[in-house]
Design a protein around this ligand. Sequence first.
Ligand SMILES: *[C@@H]1O[C@H](CO)[C@@H](O)[C@H](O)[C@H]1NC(C)=O
Ligand SMILES: *[C@@H]1O[C@H](CO)[C@@H](O)[C@H](O)[C@H]1NC(C)=O
Ligand SMILES: *[C@@H]1O[C@H](CO)[C@@H](O)[C@H](O)[C@H]1NC(C)=O
Ligand SMILES: *[C@@H]1O[C@H](CO)[C@@H](O)[C@H](O)[C@H]1NC(C)=O
Length: 509
Amino acid sequence: MVLLAAAVCSKNGRALISRQFVEMTRSRIEGLLAAFPKLMNTGKQHTFVETESVRYVYQPLEKMYMVLITTKNSNILEDLETLRLFSRVIPEYCRVIDEADIQEHAFELIFAFDEVVALGYRESVNLAQIRTFTEMDSHEEKVFNAVRETQVQDAKMKMRQRAKEIKQKQRDTMRGGRMGGSAMGYGSSNASRMGEVITQSIAPEPTKPKSVPSRSSGKAMKLGAKSKDVDQFVDKLISEGENVRSTGSLKSKKMDIAKTSVPAALTESVHIRIEEKLNITAGRDGGLQQMIMQAMCWLRIADDQYGCIFIKVDNNDDKGCQFQTHPKVDKKAFLSSGIIGLKDPDKPFPLKQDVGILKWGLKTMDESLMPLAINCWPNDNGEGGCDVNIEYELQLEELELIDVCISIPVPSGVGAPNIADLDGDFKHDSRKNILEWTLPVIDASNNTGSMEFSIAGSPDDFFPINVSFHSTKKSFTDIQITGVEMAQGRSPVKYSSESALLVEKYEIV
Ligand SMILES: *[C@@H]1O[C@H](CO)[C@@H](O)[C@H](O)[C@H]1NC(C)=O
Ligand SMILES: *[C@@H]1O[C@H](CO)[C@@H](O)[C@H](O)[C@H]1NC(C)=O
Ligand SMILES: *[C@@H]1O[C@H](CO)[C@@H](O)[C@H](O)[C@H]1NC(C)=O
Ligand SMILES: *[C@@H]1O[C@H](CO)[C@@H](O)[C@H](O)[C@H]1NC(C)=O
């Protein structure tokens, strides 16, 4: 076999997926890929580069490379032809060609890669054939599946071992909150056909409640029977307690949850929820045009024995919020002693429904109150393009902002932006013409960051910018529930509480 491996790697040579067609260790393939970007700059050719032992034939794919590693005696023209085929397989399975999408569809891609090779690396195969073969439910496939089943059994053993190794490695190398690097692979008895799959996760470790990832389905599953196998395989692993993550879909699902509601916490019979929503319009030259914060404190009582209660609130607001109690709530008691109770303490609160007991808000043009300030500087570079510098600063350092996403419009039809410098991650959605700069967590320990990119266009093209984030640990307003007591007798009542800060709209115009 002259084709040693087919891989997709990041611009700095990190393996996202790799299929080896000869026996090769994981560290060997990772080493080969890691060396590749450095070599690439030395080569004169823009399609291949050689070392003493191998040849890399490559093609850029947005922010990544499709790379074939071959022996040096292979026919370069044929390799280029094959490379084109491999590259064209990827958009078949990935809508946005970025790391998350590649990883989400790693299994389908690997199958398709196999098909490219199985159908005859040396023959001219076209995309339609690959599709037909990956979808067909033939006798051959049944045999293949049966073989795979035994391989899967085999692989599970190795998988568990590998998971252990990886966990150890993660512990060693990625201490601290953010980390990446869940990997899985399966070996097989037939190394030439079944190499090793490496998927490298770039997702942040979830900070929110754990849930078993539900596998994405529908559109992405184009591969018919084989995909089902993969699903079953993965489900099996999940049921056996393996940590298998479907990065992309899981992440977006979590963000949806966070936007619409607070993750269901364990709730007591008396549950208090504070929700703060921000609506910010900032000018591109740095000024705050307007910030509106609207907050509500909801009470839900599930048990009628706790209908008549007082809620103790510690209000240390120093931002100048306006507070308003529910008309039936004793406002004086709230203002004088921070106690929320009904005017008639013998009447119960409504049961089994969310009752808004206190609301407050703030409307301000004071820039220093913006949780996150963003500065975007597009500079005309005099060559029909712009160098864009964008930075953020967490101004309210008591906050911890989660899933921060800064979406910058970029000109269409001019290719991907060239990222020069970056904290966090980015994603270029070439269909919506949006550059998404994402930061899993911004807190006091890491309160500033920046990104720099260049692209054809003029300074006005990069606005309006949208920003989103949420926070559940700390609230914007310094207000806390400190206790719940029975209205009669003042005995303490067990309660639960949660708070969420959400962005309804944050636009830089
Ligand atoms: C692997 O599979 C190929 C073709 O499917 C076969 O020719 C070869 O003998 C197999 N190798 C092993 C080690 O089973
Ligand atoms: C945000 O505030 C602006 C200005 O008051 C208002 O027009 C807009 O509807 C608000 N948006 C949301 C989502 O509340
Ligand atoms: C910003 O949000 C608005 C309203 O939701 C949307 O129409 C627009 O496309 C968004 N722009 C970017 C760059 O995300
Ligand atoms: C700060 O956050 C950025 C983006 O999430 C990350 O790239 C960087 O490594 C972090 N730095 C520290 C010291 O945590």
